[in-house]
Ligand binder design. Structure first.
Ligand code: ZN
Length: 144
């Protein structure tokens, strides 16, 4: 069952999040909060011109929010800012509509979250925070 495989990946990333912990001298940072669930994270980026050279996060939240941040930071490295924003758009579309989104790689493991609308904000929190960091906003992001 593909759903079981997806759940395994999410569980693995929530228990052993990748790119977790502080970064030395980040070039962009943003904080995100999802009051519905209590998920909180701080995202730090190292930008090399237009390229996301490194991404790390800190914080605490439910399994889906942590796994999403973990997989997002993995996916982002080496992407341009524009590619990162495109991925956010695809990811959001995958979770909120039935339209085909095309190639989304490992992020497809979150496709089942669409069936649980209350959890969509858990899965997209990291991405909303990324959007704020890329805009170089230092405002706190809330999904509400
Ligand atoms: Zn959550």
């Amino acid at each position: 069952m593909i759903d079981d495989l997806y759940q395994e990946v999410i569980l693995d990333h929530s228990k052993r999040p990748r790119n977790f912990g502080p970064m030395e001298s980040p070039s962009a940072t943003a904080e995100g909060f999802n009051p519905l669930c209590g998920d909180r994270l701080t995202l730090e980026l190292k930008l090399d011109g237009n390229i996301v050279a490194d991404a790390r996060f800190k914080g605490a939240g439910c399994a889906i929010s942590v796994a999403s941040a973990s997989l997002m930071t993995e996916t982002l490295k080496g992407k341009t800012k524009a590619e990162a924003e495109q991925l956010f758009e695809k990811f959001h579309r995958m979770l909120t509509t039935d339209s085909a989104v095309g190639e989304i790689g490992k992020l497809a493991v979150f496709s089942g979250v669409k069936e649980f609308p209350a959890r969509v904000k858990c899965a997209t929190l990291a991405w909303h925070t990324l959007h704020a960091a890329l805009q170089n906003s230092h405002e706190k992001v809330s999904t509400e």
